[in-house]
Structures are given as structure tokens and as C-alpha cells.
Design a binder for this molecule. Structure first.
Ligand SMILES: Nc1ncnc2c1ncn2[C@@H]1O[C@H](COP(=O)(O)OP(=O)(O)OP(=O)(O)O)[C@@H](O)[C@H]1O
Ligand SMILES: [Mg+2]
Length: 395
């Protein structure tokens, strides 16, 4: 197998620059001359737009497979990574021989966001004639997660091999829109799809911007959650980057505070009031609805020439625990027992008025009341919707 030592990065058919693997496995990057003249900095803190060879720090090897975060965003997380490994095994390729640049080459043009990698090794399947039975897909995902084989590995790989996150997912086109469909992970209850859908409706009701969401019916669970992709619009790719990538932060560890997030929003969006409020609302929502897996890959920015840097719509808002029992992103240094004062302090520190913060918090408390059934341990596990708990007391 030919091993990639360099790879070219493209965005909207323009040559952004070149990646080159160094002997210690770190991957250096340099912008093309064309991009330096006409492009934008794809990662403002790490890769300013200038003629330089940028080398990621040593921590990038553990954190981002030796890449700068913005390129690591194109790599799949655990689910897509599992599919790629299985797919390569079917081709008789030893995954131990695969370098980071090879993995990006397999992603080719299919990654999240707008970056593309050439020369690509992307698999070429025509899936246009495939009729999808979502319950069958869910079962195949379950088989793969249980270390069994799947007869539909190639289809799953093509539809979900470049996806991020832990949960099995596929990307589909329907009704002229591009969607992500999520399937339960092994530990997820049968209500998880419906729950994420209900959370999304409630979040929108709280004034949080999300893309269109839906629930696909199922005969084996309460349905599959789907959401329209914010990195695709009428066939065009929109450049996106996660907070983890921007900050070169380890998304697996609790490494950030909402205070940092608000600062990030202020710096990148030129203190855009709308985005600051979005960030504040999402923080309150996550705290009030026990979305504790609020790690740095669960927030993103979008960049367009027209609007510059803007906070991306919210995603992955659902009931979630962490094994250490606290939020992954802290609120003023606290991961649990977070009070209204802790939340408003963050908002006020970012330049929002205390009246706005108090009012917004009270509004979200009122609106999230509908999610209370999901916040009772009993109802969460059994899907029973009538046992209410005083979750507010737990904040
Ligand atoms: N609506 C969307 N548009 C574009 N990209 C999205 C959207 N929703 C999610 N993503 C991308 O897909 C990745 C995985 O999605 P999501 O976080 O919902 O999955 P998950 O498997 O539940 O994640 P986690 O591992 O955090 O539990 C996100 O990190 C984000 O990059
Ligand atoms: Mg996520």
C-alpha cells in the first residue's frame, strides 16, 4: 500500500495548503500562496494566515493524531473510526500500517465541514438505489458495536464512516436536505432518540438556535433522532470548526469553562450580541436539563465570507451523564451544584446585563419543565413519563 507522506487540503475547490508528516508523526501545515492572498485563517489561534510552516505541539500526538485540531475535526471519532478500521480489514489492510494522513485520505471529500483532502482514497459506492430500513441499520450498528461482523459494513462505512461522535450515525439526503441520523449506543435506552428529539424541541422553545430536527419511527425503539446538517446548505459546504479544534483542547477531558467559551465567542464573532446570548442560553439549558457531556466537540463555529465567524447552531443537546458526575465544561469552576448566580456571573462577565441573564434563566427554567420526566432516574431507565422529580433542587 502506498503511504501518504503529504496531503493537499482544499476548501470550495481552492487549495488551502499542504500537510506533511514529520518523522515523529506530527503533521506540519503550510498555507498555499493562493490561500494566503484570498483565503481566511482556518484556525485563528494556531494557524494565522501567513507564510510559515506550522508544527503542532507534542500534545497533538495523543490528542489529535499529530494534527492541528482543525484537521483532526475531519477525522471520525469512535464510531466512524471503528467503521474505517473494519472497512480496511475487509480490504486486507493492516490498520497498524495506516498513518494519520492515510486516514484523512480515506475521508477525502466526505468529512464534516468544508475541508477536503487530496489525493483521496475515498471509497466509491453508488448508494442512490439503496432503500433504507432504519431498524435494520440500527441492528447492524448494534452488531458492529458488539464486535460482530455486519453484512452491510460497506454501506454503513460509506454513510457514516466520516461522522463524528460516539453514537452510530449515518448521513442521508432527504427532501433536498442533508441529515445526520443517530442510532443508540450500546448503553443508550430505547427512548434515547425520542428523548433527544424532545430535548431539541424544548431547546428551540427556549430560543436556542438548532437546525431542523425530526424523529424517524421504529418498531424496535421509540424512534431515531435526525437533524439537518449546518455544514451543508443547498449542496454547498460550510466551513465549520469545533471549540476543541480551535482551542487545541482535549475534548475527552474536562478542560474548559463556559467563561472561556463566552470569551471565545466574543473574540471570534467581534462581540456579536446574538451569539453571546445563544451561548449563554445553551449553558443554562445544559445545566438545567442535565446535559453533562458538554465537551469541547459539542460546540462549533461556522465561517462564511459573508458573515465571518458565527456560532454554529446547537447540537447534541440531550440527557447525559459523565462518569465523574459533573459537567465536562464547568461554570465558573464548578461542575455540579451550579446556582443561578454562577450562571449569571458568566453572562455578566461577558457583557450581558444581569436583568437579561436573570430573565433568560427564569424563562428556560419554565420552558424546560416539560423535560422533567426525563430527569427522574426511574423514568430515564424505564421510559416511564409520569414520575416527576424536583430536578431544580439538584442544580
Ligand atoms: N446538525 C449538525 N450539523 C453538522 N454537524 C453536526 C450536527 N450535529 C452534530 N454534528 C457533528 O457530528 C458530531 C457528532 O454529533 P453528536 O455530537 O450529535 O453525536 P454523539 O455521538 O451523540 O456525540 P458524543 O460523542 O458527544 O456523545 C458533532 O461533534 C459535530 O461535529
Ligand atoms: Mg457530541
Amino acid at each position: 500500500m502506498k503511504v501518504n507522506k503529504t496531503l493537499d487540503v482544499y476548501c470550495h475547490d481552492k487549495h488551502v495548503g499542504t500537510l506533511a508528516e514529520m518523522p515523529d508523526k506530527r503533521v506540519a501545515f503550510q498555507y498555499s500562496t493562493e490561500w494566503q492572498k484570498t483565503g481566511f485563517s482556518i484556525s485563528p489561534f494556531s494557524l494565522p494566515l501567513r507564510n510559515d510552516v506550522f508544527i503542532p505541539n507534542e500534545r497533538s500526538v495523543d490528542r489529535f493524531a499529530g494534527l492541528f485540531g482543525v484537521f483532526a475535526d475531519s477525522l471520525p471519532d469512535s464510531w466512524g473510526g471503528l467503521l474505517l478500521d473494519r472497512y480496511l480489514q475487509t480490504l486486507g489492510i493492516d490498520i497498524g500500517d495506516i498513518s494519520t494522513l492515510d486516514r484523512l485520505a480515506y475521508i477525502g471529500k466526505s468529512g464534516i465541514g468544508a475541508l477536503e483532502y487530496m489525493p483521496s482514497k475515498e471509497a466509491d459506492y453508488d448508494l442512490s438505489s439503496i432503500g433504507l430500513d432504519y431498524d435494520v441499520v440500527a441492528k447492524e450498528c448494534e452488531n458492529l458495536l458488539s464486535s460482530k461482523q455486519s453484512d452491510q459494513l460497506d454501506i454503513l462505512y460509506k454513510m457514516g464512516g466520516s461522522s463524528g461522535g460516539t453514537r452510530p450515525k449515518i448521513m442521508i439526503k432527504d427532501d433536498n436536505k442533508e441529515w445526520i441520523v443517530k442510532f443508540p449506543a450500546k448503553t443508550d435506552p430505547a427512548i434515547s432518540g425520542k428523548r433527544e428529539y424532545d430535548y431539541s424541541l424544548c431547546a428551540k422553545d427556549c430560543g436556542i438556535v438548532m437546525t431542523e430536527t425530526g424523529l424517524i419511527p421504529s418498531s424496535i425503539c421509540d424512534g431515531y433522532f435526525k437533524t439537518v446538517r449546518f455544514d451543508r446548505e443547498q449542496g454547498e459546504k460550510i466551513f465549520s470548526i469545533t471549540f476543541a479544534a480551535l482551542l487545541e483542547a482535549d475534548f475527552r477531558a474536562p478542560s474548559c469553562d463556559y467563561e472561556t467559551y463566552l470569551k471565545l465567542v466574543r473574540v471570534l464573532t467581534k462581540d456579536n450580541d446574538y451569539d453571546k446570548k445563544q451561548m449563554f442560553k445553551t449553558m443554562c439549558f445544559n445545566v438545567l436539563t442535565h446535559n453533562r457531556d458538554d465537551h469541547t466537540k459539542n460546540f462549533s463555529f461556522l465561517y462564511t465570507d459573508m458573515n465571518g465567524w458565527r456560532l454554529a447552531p446547537a447540537y447534541d443537546l440531550t440527557y447525559s451523564d459523565t462518569y465523574w458526575g459533573e459537567h465536562t465544561t464547568s461554570v465558573g469552576g464548578k461542575g455540579k451544584n451550579i446556582t443561578i448566580k454562577d450562571l449569571t456571573n458568566i453572562g455578566v462577565g461577558a457583557g450581558l446585563t444581569s436583568e437579561y441573564c436573570d430573565k433568560c434563566y427564569s424563562y428556560i427554567v419554565e420552558k424546560t419543565y416539560v423535560l422533567k420526566p426525563y430527569l427522574s432516574k426511574n423514568s430515564r431507565e424505564k421510559g416511564i413519563h409520569h414520575k416527576l422529580t424536583e430536578h431544580i433542587a439538584e442544580l
